[in-house]
Design a protein around this ligand. Sequence first.
Ligand code: FES
Length: 94
Amino acid sequence: MKTLRSDWEGAILVCGKCSRKVDGFGPKKRPLAKMLRKLLGLGKGRRARMGIVETRCLGVCPKRGVVVVDTRRPDGWLVVPEGADVEAVVERLA
Ligand code: FES
C-alpha cells in the first residue's frame, strides 16, 4: 500500500446532491463548495490547508438546504439553508 502526503488539517464535506437541488449561493448563485473554497482561501488538491469535498447524498436530505460536515467536528453537522449568507458559514468553519 502506498501513502500519499497531504497538507490537509481536515476536510469539509459538502453534499453535492443537495447542492444541485438548490439555486446556489451569493450574487452569482454559485455552488456552496466553490464559494467555501474561495472565501476560506483554499487551493485545490492535497497541497491545500484543508480539503473541500463534494460528496454523494449524506442521508439527511433537507428541503432547500445543503448538508455540510466539518471532519474536525464530526458530531455537529450543518444544514446551510438555500441562499444563506456564506460569510456566516465561513466564520463558523474557520
Ligand atoms: S441530498 Fe444531500 S443529504 Fe441527501
